[in-house]
Design a protein around this ligand. Structure first.
Ligand SMILES: Cc1cc2nc3c(=O)[nH]c(=O)nc-3n(C[C@H](O)[C@H](O)[C@H](O)COP(=O)(O)OP(=O)(O)OC[C@H]3O[C@@H](n4cnc5c(N)ncnc54)[C@H](O)[C@@H]3O)c2cc1C
Length: 495
């Protein structure tokens, strides 16, 4: 995933086309996703004249098809799981609903809620752009050389937009397999699931990366029978191995079928269902199939290479750590760069591009400070160096892992699955990373993110008060356990 090229920027001037005193810089952004609109806001704040050309609507995939809708769906899935597992906490559901396991989502209503939230969020962004004096041109943009963008609107009209700085933030789209063509009804990409009115009886999810695992977790909680087809030994192959093991155990314990080492060769529609054929000849039948096999960048037909912008062999735009491409004055941010496909990273790359091109203070992107979450149930949140990097010798660190089973609050809440891990430098005890597997781990990772970003030591982390009882108490406890180990370069590397 990491595709930050030092070389790209090495030949570039310190900023874009050096601003002349008294001239207003013209910035044209292609794409109004997180990468594009956050950049536009920074550019406007720095006094540039900003135009954003966008094809699908403010907010881009993050708002219209990816993060916002999926996390809204997951919010309902979480509520159902809490309800379903509430018996242990002494809750009786009553005569009307004797079988708690029988709860199912009203998918039609849920999807209406999703679409309403998406529309509202996109409208909020449109308003914000307009309030800051940013011009939004609905249409398709392409480069005509490095200093001109041509926007084509729905009625076919063309507008030429001269630019001192161009930001390409066109995102990515779901990858489809040659023998698994989505039909929007039974064979679906993650962008198409929100048109479903009825819950799939049996959903086959192809792909067990972050997107596949999140949807498998959510639909299983909503009431679908789920089969997760994973081409690797375990689900979430790129995540912390201990965390992925917890998730796979929870999936199977709750009744999901996980098919490991099973690669889908094709998916076809048969009557009212689908048939997924695996490369070893086995077939898996279902009512619906969700394809979650990665993304491809939206970089075709944009005039990039003609403008001097180098693409890698997969079509991603090559950028350096301040978002410069190989063409002077042309920057790129977000999924179209493939650096790290997260909304937060897209936004930061976009902001960095503007700070750099418009001559403001800027620190290059540091991927080792990024916190990220897999929104399965429980969630996996990570920041900094990974266990794999440490195990493979890429980072010198001491590690500790504490299961949540020993945490008082976890016991009260009936939380059995999960753990916290903290990694620190031997000798200095500086925190370099961590993993949290827990309900709402996305909210618990922030103290570790602060520690990693500001190079706090395990002692500083441990000495800040935590509430008793709280899950965050386990973070302080883990840091406390590293006190001596962190201080001694010769101590054992795992506590
Ligand atoms: C299911 C799913 C869930 C996710 N959940 C999360 C999450 O919870 N947290 C997180 O951090 N990340 C999440 N991500 C990743 C996140 O969605 C992306 O990293 C983020 O959307 C990237 O933003 P972007 O600005 O690069 O591109 P996009 O958001 O894709 O925006 C690109 C914009 O460019 C427009 N465009 C494309 N080509 C042209 C053109 N030629 N002319 C004009 N406009 C054009 C598109 O219409 C779009 O509006 C998720 C991804 C998926 C698939």
């Amino acid at each position: 995933m990491t595709r930050v090229s030092e070389e790209t920027g090495g030949n570039q001037p310190t900023s874009a086309r050096t601003p002349q005193w008294g001239t207003v810089m013209r910035v044209v952004v292609i794409g109004a996703g997180l990468g594009g609109y956050e950049a536009a806001l920074v550019a406007a704040q720095l006094g540039a004249e900003v135009t954003v050309v966008d094809r699908d609507g403010p907010g881009g995939s993050a708002v219209l098809t990816d993060c916002v809708p999926s996390k809204t769906l997951i919010a309902t899935a979480e509520a159902i799981t809490d309800f379903r597992e509430s018996g242990e906490l002494g809750i009786r559901i009553g005569e009307a609903m004797p079988e708690v396991g029988g709860i199912r989502a009203d998918l039609g209503k849920l999807n209406e809620r999703v679409k309403g939230l998406v529309r509202a969020q996109s409208a909020d962004i449109a308003q914000k752009l307009s309030r800051e004096g940013i011009r939004l041109v609905p249409g398709v943009g392409r480069l005509d050389g490095p200093d001109r963008v041509v926007a084509t609107t729905a009625d076919g009209a063309e507008e030429v937009l001269p630019a001192d700085v161009v930001l390409v933030a066109t995102g990515a789209q779901p990858r489809v397999l040659p023998d698994a063509r989505p039909d929007g009804e039974r064979i679906l990409t993650w962008e198409q699931v929100y048109d479903l009115r009825e819950l799939p009886e049996r959903l086959v999810v192809v792909g067990s990366g972050v997107t596949g695992a999140e949807f498998a977790s959510a639909y299983h909680a909503l009431g679908s029978d789920v089969v997760l087809v994973s081409s690797r030994d375990r689900v979430l192959p790129s995540e912390d191995a201990d965390a992925a093991t917890v998730i796979e155990d929870v999936f199977t314990r709750r009744g999901m079928t996980v098919l490991g080492r099973s690669r889908a060769a094709g998916v076809e529609r048969r009557g009212d269902g689908v048939v997924v054929t695996l490369t070893d000849g086995r077939v898996v039948e279902g009512s619906h199939c969700l394809l979650a096999v990665g993304s491809v960048p939206n970089t075709e037909g944009l005039g990039l290479e003609e403008a001097g912008v180098r693409l890698d062999k997969s079509g991603f735009v090559e950028v350096d750590r301040v978002s410069r491409t190989t063409a002077r004055g042309v920057y790129a941010a977000g999924d179209c760069t493939g650096v790290l496909m997260l909304a937060s990273v897209a936004a930061m790359q976009g902001r960095i591009a503007m700070w750099h091109s418009l001559g403001d203070a800027v620190a290059p992107l540091d991927l080792h400070t990024v916190s990220a979450t897999v929104f399965t149930d429980p969630e996996i949140a990570t920041v900094g160096w990974s266990q794999t990097e440490i195990d493979e010798g890429g980072a010198n660190a001491v590690t500790v892992k504490l299961p949540l089973a020993g945490n008082a609050r976890a016991k009260m809440q009936g939380v059995r699955d999960g753990f916290v891990k903290v990694f620190c430098r031997p000798g200095t005890g500086i925190v370099v990373g961590g993993v949290v597997v827990a309900p709402r781990a996305s909210e618990l990772i922030h103290p570790l993110a602060l520690a990693v970003t500001h190079r706090l030591t395990v002692d500083q982390l441990a000495n800040a008060f935590t509430v008793y009882p709280s899950l965050s108490g386990s973070l302080a406890e883990a840091a406390r356990r590293l006190h001596r180990r962190g201080a001694s370069p010769d101590a054992p590397r795992t506590v």
